[in-house]
Ligand binder design. Structure first.
Ligand code: NAP
Length: 254
């Protein structure tokens, strides 16, 4: 795997779960990392872990639903480290779990706001910066297996994650010749605080049922997603753009 020495990466939702592990992986490979999150304690913890391991990082409190905040996030990267090479647009929420007919419209809108519009808000300043600098860059959006298939009771989440793949492909097409690659990862169920909040990892019966939906009959780890994100950002993926890369233990093979 290529080295990211002196490169600059931004990770949203970098204070927990998949984002935290990916921020640590970017730093481990030599990148300067900007950790963005609404969770200040989690984001600062990620930065402390990176610095303790000898890496360079800074935290910027960022709500991705606010376009001024995502623009400020990119400014922090450029002011601190001079450029932006990689962005992992990962911040997301699970939303309510209830059938379409019972879904509170405000809650539905809130999921779209964070999981879809939030990524759009990040993409605009990230791509602008990457287009403006020598060498381009690579963006990875965090979709889901639920960007490819439905899941009962999660219509807001499923709609946002499907929309995210359309956004990814369109941004990839628009940037085919600008030197900016735009891809997505589609993780299966990954063991993080998000699943804990949804009651999936704490209930043995539900956990086993969810595990069995994957051909490998287990949950994925944040590290397995982080490795895929870093591969998509690396020069080894230099001809890969507009891709929706499954990291899902065979969930979609059924
Ligand atoms: P997580 O542990 O809950 O981490 C998500 C982080 O994003 C949290 O720190 C959260 O802060 C933050 N966040 C929430 N809303 C935000 C906002 N408006 N602006 C900035 N940050 C915000 O979840 P995860 O499981 O690592 O999920 C990360 C991403 O992976 C999500 O997009 C999720 O949809 C996707 N994904 C997860 C799985 C899975 O099984 N875990 C599978 C496929 C895809 P708070 O905790 O304060 O809300």
């Amino acid at each position: 795997m290529g080295s990211f020495t002196d490169a600059v990466a931004v990770v949203t939702g970098g204070g927990s779960g998949i984002g935290q592990t990916t921020a640590l992986e970017f730093a481990d490979r030599g990148a300067n990392v900007v950790v963005a999150d609404v969770d200040v304690a989690g984001g600062e913890e990620t930065v402390a872990e990176i610095e303790d391991a000898g890496g360079r990082a800074r935290f910027v409190e960022t709500d991705v639903t606010d376009p001024a905040a995502t623009r400020a996030m990119v400014d922090v990267a450029v002011d601190a480290y001079g450029r932006l090479d990689y962005a992992f647009n990962n911040a997301g929420i699970g939303g309510e779990q209830t059938p379409v007919t019972d879904y509170d419209p405000e809650d539905w809108r809130a999921v779209i706001d964070v999981n879809l519009i939030g990524v759009f808000n990040c993409l605009q300043p990230e791509i602008e910066q990457m287009q403006a600098q020598d060498g381009g860059g690579a963006v990875v959006n965090n979709s889901s297996i639920l960007g490819k298939v439905g899941f009962e009771t999660s219509s807001g989440y499923v709609a946002a994650k499907h929309g995210l793949l359309g956004l990814t492909k369109t941004a990839a097409l628009e940037n085919g010749e600008t030197g900016v690659r735009v891809n997505a990862v589609c993780p299966g169920f990954i063991e993080t605080p998000l699943l804990e909040a949804g009651g999936i990892t704490s209930d043995p019966e539900m956990r086993s049922q969810i595990e069995s939906l994957h051909a490998m009959n287990r949950l994925g780890t944040p590290q397995e997603v982080a490795d895929a994100v870093c591969w998509l950002c690396s020069d080894e993926a230099s001809f890969v753009t507009g891709e929706a890369l499954g990291v899902e233990g065979g969930y979609l093979s059924r």
